[in-house]
Structure formats: structure tokens, C-alpha cells
Design a binder for this molecule. Structure first.
Ligand SMILES: [Zn+2]
Ligand SMILES: [Zn+2]
Length: 910
């Protein structure tokens, strides 16, 4: 059964599913749409069709006396639901850190969905509640700014409750409230409101819904999630969920009746941009045009078609109309894109070439290219972000906290765009000129994007391709998902673990345990040992496993398979262990201690990096081993030496401060509310309890690893390397505790050895080194001078030893293991001066390979070319070479073919 059949099923029993008490109380009547056969509820006895077929008749004449701009529309909503017993919850981040199947929060209900095992569960911080949730969606980018109602970022008012928990209600109360919101909150007359019967199918759950419309505009959709399972096999959920989502943009628009919803929802931003760009105001024409677009878009194929249709209707020349509306479309689009970027960057996302960052870079570059195309040089995206903050801070005060971060990122990305623009243009021009443009496949487009940063939108704009292929974004996303999957170390499944009880995890009960007794439950394949309890930490969360001994058997690897910990012992020792036996086990204490120090140091460094660099810094991944640790952070640029040193200093201050590290298990919802989504540095936690590692006053993360009790135990942390490993990700490699001391001692010994070799002291080693370099340079110079002096004499010798070939050319060839290429270049050059019929070929041993030097005298050049010989000979040696007629060079690595190479040279000169 699909959506359609399900809709038919629900609508076949309206009393059970759709008839709510309000309909009876107010005498709404149920009708069947004369066009699409959908059922709807209305007070208007003349209504024959559902609102799907209706024009936006509120444009220019809104059905209410209230005029609410965006922020005021929210204030009314807040007031209404608060008065009716709802908790108003602050918005969740637009970057969806609590679900690993989503980059961005795409609907208000996502706030309250958690994945446990394979199931989606609902967790509500209050009941009932309303949240003004900013949602980001990038699937309709091409309509944004043009249609009057599409956005990449919009506010979904989420009215949510658990019907079966205290405070909850079901459909009667829900629709009564929504009706109250429209009539009292927005001041809309009851007969203007139509409810349409629909269904909603989500992941693992579904229900029926009532969408409500006013004058053709859908304002909200109340979903009654009653069933779990799929459409063919389902049951009533024990905790039914109300998920009503309404567009705040639409609440404002229906009351103002502006030509587009952008005019009322971006507050003063649109007006400011009209002024800043010197755009002509022509409200009447715009109202007419955008009113027509909003009403007709649904029923016309493309914007282009629609535009020419409207031009005809308005009896205005198409180009003239375009000239009028284009600046407005540009202003709307840019305002939308910047607002989306503002929320995303404030919530810690970075524009990049990977993952969700891709979408952000696409819209930023789109906004920049629009500003460029219209010649609006004085308009800066970071200033537009400030305008939005100025307006929205009454509703979202947190935006102001990140104002500087947002400016930093937008400026940086803008300058990068300018830098790459020229190269992008030249590539686009050559693509356009070549016959290949028609054949650009999705793979080609992905290559262009990944290697040159050229978005398909840019190619569309440049007229290289007609449109962005629909599979481009999906394919790109897939590519990046599979890359991350390949990076993760999945445990190889082990057969024979079925039916075993969960292992008791001693390393969580008491992290200090290094010796313990346990019972052997099973030995699989003679090498996998399962105990009833263990203090061995299994590989996980980027932390390497413990090693040690179980009754003398050496433990070489520890992994966790669901709830069972498996100890792999080395082959020779497995036989000692018998099922049912009580064994004594010891964990390698030194290894565990070092890994633990590296692990806690990761947390310290992560927060140090964020404090030093900016709020966009998140842990991308981490790795903790005995000898070193690795922390990948999200950051836009490679780090300077000064930045690395500052992070290091700050981290070591925290270590010296000896902050307590407090580990406690929380209910997941409580932890999220108390510590925010910052806890998910290591990714999503798929359980309903989370283990919170709290470095008091410094860093709070959900983490399952082992940790020191106070930061002082780490002793010292030293970053040994920092490197930008991909767009938007910087890797820090570091050493902590004894590993840091070892590392320093090692470096000190190296330095001492160098000093000794230079006959200097460690204090003066740089001075001595510079002097040694100068000496070496002077010696080289001297040799070159000597060579010049003796070259004449040597060259005469060469000529005398040359072999006369049939071609009249005289060939001198040699393999030299002693003298270097400088020598042969000096001699060869002189020799062909003295003997114009000479060809000089020298193969010179150099490190692992052979250098090839070829000269051809003026006379010889009429028969053979030096470059060609160098190419052939180098090829023989497994390498490559070339040059001009007079001089050629190259090289290869096949030292076993020197003889053949020399013969080949002779062959070539014949
Ligand atoms: Zn209809
Ligand atoms: Zn951790």
C-alpha cells in the first residue's frame, strides 16, 4: 500500500480519522474536491474545489486587519500557545548533530527524533511544546528568490506533543488550538479556513493529517502520528505524537499580503538592499508580477515559461519586464542565502567542498556571483548578515553572540571566491568553446567541482550546461558518505558469539583496575576469548585497545561486538584457556596510562582550538595511541605556527590547572538540554543514556573512552605537527605525558648528534649549521671554477676518444659513478665547441637513479638531435627525458640497463 491507497483508506472512514470536535462544533462540512477528489472541510457552502487549485488571492488584500511582520508573527504565536499551556522551547541548531543521517535540521520534528538501535524514537523536552525551528533545505535552490515563497532557510513553527504522556492532547485539541491561532492570533475569519485530509509517512511511523489553507496558501499541517511499522504491517503506537508544522514566513505573509513573502519576512533587510543598490521602486508592477508568479508557479512547468506567460498577460515586453524584476529577484535570493549562512555558521558549520558544507559554499558562491553580475560592488555579504542579526536578535538572541565569527567566515570565503573566479572563468570559457560541453557527464561535473571548485550552478550560469543534473547532488553526497564509511574501522564479524550474555565492563566501573579475575565463557576458533567481565578496553571511539595477558595468554586485540567484548590472543597461547575456567588477567598498565593521557588531551586540545580559533571548530575525528594522539578539527585554513603555539599554551595551562575530570551518565535528553549539542564532538550517541566527560570549566563531551582523574595527570601536551588534510579539516598530531618527554629527549639527542658532527655546541648549532652550508656553497663554486679552467684540456681528450660512426657523427659515451652532472655539463659543452661533429652522452650515477646528459655539436645536429637521444635513453632506463637539438637531459632508475642504454645511444646516432 502506497501513500495514495493509505489516503483512500483513511478518507474512507472520516469519522474515525478526520472528524475533530471543532468541525462538529462549528458545523464544518466535508466535501470532495471536484478536480482532484481530495476531501476537505469548510464553512464556505459555495466551495467546490480544494485550495490546491486556488490563486493566492491574499496578495494585495490580506484577509485580516492585523499586519504582522516576521518577528511579530512569532510574538503572536508565542503568546497564543504560551497562554494555552505550551512550553516555548528555544530553537535547536540548524546543524543536526544528533542524527548522523542528516546534515541539517529539515523539519521541527527532527529536533525530537533520536535514533536508538535502528529505530527512530521521540524525545520531547516538554509536553506540549512549541519551537520556532529554523530549517535548512537545499532541494529547491533554483526557485528561491524567484517564486515569492521558496527558501533555503525558513522557520517551521513546531507544535509537538506526546498524546499519551502528561500534558499531552490528541487531534481535537490540536485542531482547536490551530484554529484559535488563525482566528484569534492572526485575526482570520473562520470561513476563510479550509482543512484538507492528507497522510504522512515517516521513518518507521505514519499517520493522517489535516493541512490548513487560507486563500490558497497552505499555512500548516497537523500530523497525527498514530501508527508504527509500515503501511502493510502496523499497530497503534503506545505514545502517539502530534507533529504540527506551520511556516512562520506564511503566517506573516497572509497578514501582510505583500507581493512576495520575502518582503515581510526579511524585515528591513529588503528595503535596505533596495536603497543600497539603487534599485527602482515600482510597487504596482512588482505586486502584479509576483502575485501572478506565486499563484501560478505550481501549475506551470518552469520559471522561464511562467515569465513569458505573465509578460503576455501584463502586455509588457519580456525583456523590459525582466529588467524590472531581476534586481528584486537578486535581492530576495541574496537575502535568503545570507540568512541561511548566518544560522548555519552561527551553529558551527563551515562552507567547504564536503558534506553539508558543500551546500553552504554553493549558496554563498551563488550570492556572490549574483552581486557581481549586477555590479553591486558596495554590497557585502557580511554586512547583509549584520542586517539580519539586527532584525532577528529579538527572536534569536544567540545570533548576536556569533556576529564576529560569521563575518570572519563570510569575508574569508568571499576572498577565496574572488581568487578562484578567474580560473573558473577560463575553464568555463574553454569548455564552452570545446565540443565536449554537450557530453559532460555527472562524473565530469563532480570532477570539475572537486578538483577546480566549479559548481554546476556556475556552469549553468555560464551557459556551458543547460541545467544541473538531478543526480549531481545525490551522487556527490553518496561519494562523501562512502568515503567516511571507508575511513571508519568496522569490527570484522566473528561467528559463534550468538547467545552470549553482555560482558560486564569493569573499565567503566573502575578505570583504575589493571588486574582482575574472570570466567572464560567461550573460546572461538582457538583465539577469540570471551569472559564474563573484563577490564580490557576494546577498540572504539578512536581509542586503541588495551593489551595484556589472560592467564599467561597474550592479548593482542580487543573488540566489542554489540555487548560482547572479544579478546584475541596470539596463536600459541590460546590452548591454555578452557571454557568455564576462572582466569587471572592483567592489562598492560603503561600502555593504558599513555593512551588515557592522549585521550583526555584530545578533549583539552579540542576546546583549546575552539577557544583560540572560533566557534566553527568541532572534532571531525580523533585517534589515540600509546605513542601519540591525533585530533582532526573543522577549520577553514591551515594553522600558522603562532596559532599552534597559542593552542599548545592554552592546553598546557589547563593541564597545569589540574581541573577535575568528572564522568557521569545522564539521560540523553537531559544532557542535551543541560550541555547543548556540543556534547556530540565524537558523533551521535545511539543509546538513551550518555556518558558525559566533563573537564570542569573547560570541556564537556559525550565519550565512552578512558580518562585521567584530573588534567594534571596528563603532565604535558606538545603538538608535533599540524596539517590541512582536506577542505575544512585540519589535523593536529600531538604527544602527551611520558610520550611527550620521550619525544623531546629524542629530539634533544638528535640535536646533540648534529652539534657534535658540526663540531659545535647545541647552543650554537644554528650558527654552525649556517656556516657549514656557506662553506659547502663556496666549495661548489670553487669546483665550478676549476672545471671551467680544465674543461678545455679534458674536452680535447674526449674528442680524441670519440668513436666515428657511419653517419659521420663522432660519438663519445660514458657511464660515470664518480663525477657528477655539473662536471659532465661543463665538459660536454666545451667538447662540442671544439668538435662540431661530436655527440656527447653521459650517464651519471645519482643516488638511486641515473642522470642522462646529451650534447650534440653543430654539425652532428644535422643528423641527430640531443633531446631525442636523451628521451630514448631515459626511456630505456625506465624514466623520461627530452630537450632541444643541442642539449638534452633526463634520467631513470633501472641501473641494470646501463649497457643497453649506452648501446641504444650509439644506435640512435648511427
Ligand atoms: Zn483538489
Ligand atoms: Zn573522548
Amino acid at each position: 500500500m502506497g501513500k495514495k491507497e493509505l489516503a483512500a483508506l483513511f478518507s474512507s472512514d472520516p469519522d474515525r480519522y478526520y472528524r475533530v470536535s471543532l468541525f462538529d462544533k462549528m458545523s464544518f462540512s466535508r466535501r470532495k474536491c471536484g478536480r482532484c477528489e481530495k476531501f476537505f472541510w469548510t464553512l464556505d457552502s459555495g466551495r467546490q474545489f480544494c485550495p490546491d487549485h486556488e490563486n493566492y488571492s491574499f496578495i494585495g488584500r490580506p484577509p485580516t486587519s492585523k499586519r504582522l511582520d516576521y518577528v511579530n508573527a512569532w510574538k503572536e504565536t508565542d503568546k497564543f500557545f504560551r497562554a494555552n499551556g505550551h512550553t516555548i522551547v528555544r530553537r535547536y541548531p540548524v546543524v543536526c548533530r544528533w542524527r548522523d543521517d542528516l546534515y541539517f535540521t529539515i523539519a521541527s520534528i527532527v529536533d525530537f527524533q533520536r535514533v536508538v538501535g535502528n529505530q527512530v524514537v521521540f524525545e520531547l523536552p516538554a509536553n506540549p511544546l512549541v519551537v520556532p525551528q529554523m530549517c535548512l533545505r537545499f532541494n529547491d535552490i533554483e526557485n528561491v528568490g524567484l517564486s515569492g515563497r521558496h527558501y533555503t532557510g525558513f522557520c517551521m513553527i513546531g507544535q509537538t506533543c506526546n498524546a499519551d504522556a502528561p500534558g499531552g492532547y490528541w487531534k481535537d485539541r490540536c485542531i482547536e488550538l490551530d484554529y484559535g491561532m488563525l482566528t484569534q492570533g492572526l485575526g482570520i475569519k473562520p470561513e476563510e479556513i479550509t482543512f484538507v485530509e492528507d497522510v504522512w509517512i515517516g521513518a518507521g511511523a505514519f499517520g493522517y493529517s489535516l493541512e490548513y489553507f487560507v486563500r490558497g496558501l497552505e499555512l500548516g499541517n497537523a500530523v497525527f502520528t498514530e501508527f508504527e511499522g509500515d503501511e502493510n504491517n502496523y499497530r497503534v503506537m503506545p505514545n502517539k505524537i502530534i507533529d504540527m508544522g506551520a511556516g512562520l514566513e506564511r503566517f506573516s505573509w497572509i497578514t501582510t499580503g505583500t507581493p512576495t513573502s520575502y518582503d515581510c519576512c526579511f524585515g528591513p533587510v529588503v528595503d535596505k538592499l533596495i536603497d543600497a543598490t539603487g534599485t527602482d521602486r515600482n510597487p504596482e508592477l512588482l505586486s502584479k508580477y509576483f502575485g501572478a508568479v506565486s499563484s501560478k508557479l505550481e501549475h506551470t512547468g518552469s520559471m522561464r515559461e511562467l515569465k513569458s506567460l505573465i509578460a503576455k498577460e501584463m502586455r509588457i515586453d519580456g525583456d523590459k519586464l525582466a529588467a524590472m524584476v531581476t534586481p528584486y529577484e537578486a535581492i530576495y535570493t541574496v537575502a535568503d542565502h545570507v540568512r541561511t549562512l548566518l544560522f548555519a555558521i552561527s551553529d558551527g558549520a563551515l562552507p567547504s567542498n564536503v558534506g553539508g558544507g558543500y551546500n553552504l559554499r554553493v549558496i554563498l558562491r551563488r550570492a556572490l556571483s549574483i552581486l557581481e553580475r549586477l555590479g553591486w560592488k558596495n554590497v557585502k555579504v557580511e554586512d547583509i548578515a549584520d542586517m539580519h542579526i539586527d532584525y532577528l536578535k529579538q527572536m534569536y538572541p544567540e545570533l548576536e553572540e556569533h556576529q564576529q565569527d560569521v563575518r570572519t567566515i563570510l569575508q574569508l570565503e568571499s576572498s577565496r571566491y574572488v581568487g578562484s573566479r578567474e580560473r573558473m572563468n577560463s575553464i568555463a570559457t574553454s569548455l564552452k568553446a570545446s565540443s565536449k560541453k554537450a557530453e559532460l557527464s555527472v562524473d565530469d561535473l563532480i570532477r570539475l567541482y572537486e578538483s577546480d571548485g566549479i559548481t554546476p550552478d556556475f556552469l549553468v550560469e555560464q551557459g556551458v550546461i543547460p541545467g544541473v543534473p538531478s543526480t549531481f547532488y545525490t551522487k556527490l553526497a553518496e561519494l562523501h558518505t562512502s568515503q567516511s564509511a571507508a575511513g571508519a574501522q568496522a569490527n570484522k564479524p566473528i561467528r559463534g558469539l550468538e547467545g552470549l550474555p553482555s560482558t560486564k565492563l569493569l573499565y567503566y566501573e573502575d578505570e583504575s583496575i589493571r588486574e582482575f579475575e574472570a570466567k572464560v565463557l567461550k573460546v572461538v576458533d582457538g583465539k577469540f576469548v570471551i569472559l564474563d567481565q573484563t577490564a580490557f578496553y576494546p577498540r572504539g571511539g578512536g581509542q586503541e585497545p588495551d593489551t595484556g595477558k589472560i592467564q599467561g595468554a597474550k592479548v593482542v586485540e580487543v573488540t566489542k561486538h554489540t555487548d560482547v567484548v572479544v579478546h584475541k590472543v596470539d596463536d600459541n597461547s590460546a590452548a591454555k584457556l578452557v571454557e568455564g575456567q576462572i582466569v587471572h588477567a592483567t592489562v598492560n598498565a603503561r600502555r593504558r596510562d599513555l593512551i588515557t593521557k592522549h585521550h583526555t588531551a584530545t578533549h583539552v586540545l579540542n576546546s583549546a582550538s575552539r577557544n583560540m580559533l572560533g566557534s566553527w571548530v568541532w572534532q571531525n575525528s580523533a585517534f589515540k595511541e600509546e605513542s601519540y594522539g591525533r585530533l582532526d578539527i573543522t577549520h577553514h585554513s591551515a594553522l600558522s605556527k603562532e596559532e599552534v603555539q597559542k593552542i599548545e599554551h592554552s592546553a598546557n595551562r589547563v593541564i597545569r590547572g589540574n581541573h577535575p575530570v568528572i564522568i557521569k551518565t545522564y539521560d540523553r535528553g537531559d544532557a542535551e538540554q543541560e550541555f547543548t549539542f556540543r556534547i556530540y564532538q565524537g558523533g551521535v550517541v545511539p543509546t538513551s543514556n550518555v556518558r558525559i566527560v566533563n573537564i570542569k570549566g573547560w570541556d564537556i563531551e559525550a565519550c565512552g573512552g578512558t580518562h585521567v582523574r584530573t588534567t594534571g595527570e596528563i603532565g604535558l601536551v606538545k603538538i608535533v605537527k599540524s596539517e590541512r588534510i582536506q577542505d575544512g579539516v585540519v589535523r593536529l598530531e600531538f604527544v602527551a605525558g611520558e610520550a611527550a618527554i620521550n619525544r623531546m629527549q629524542q629530539q634533544e639527542s638528535q640535536l646533540a648528534a648534529i652539534a657534535q658532527a658540526l663540531g659545535s655546541s647545541r647552543e650554537k648549532v644554528i650558527e654552525s649549521f649556517n656556516k657549514a652550508m656557506d662553506d659547502a656553497e663556496a666549495a661548489k663554486k670553487k669546483i665550478r671554477t676549476i672545471l671551467r679552467v680544465v674543461a678545455g684540456a679534458m674536452a680535447g681528450n674526449v674528442s680524441a676518444q670519440a668513436k666515428k660512426l657511419a653517419s659521420g657523427v663522432r660519438l663519445y659515451s660514458t657511464y660515470d659513478e664518480e663525477l657528477d652532472e655539473d662536471y659532465h655539463i661543463a665538459i660536454g659543452e666545451k667538447a662540442i665547441e671544439l668538435d662540431p661533429a661530436l655527440v656527447y652522452v653521459a650517464l651519471v650515477s645519482k643516488g638511486q637513479g641515473i642522470r642522462v646528459i646529451v650534447f650534440a655539436g653543430e654539425q652532428a645536429r644535422q643528423k641527430v638531435k640531443a633531446g631525442a637521444i636523451a628521451k630514448q635513453v631515459s626511456g630505456k632506463l625506465g624514466g623520461s627525458g627530452g630537450g632541444d637539438d643541442r642539449f638534452g637531459q633526463g634520467g631513470g632508475r633501472s641501473k641494470d640497463r646501463i649497457k643497453e642504454a649506452l648501446l641504444l645511444a650509439e644506435e640512435a646516432a648511427k
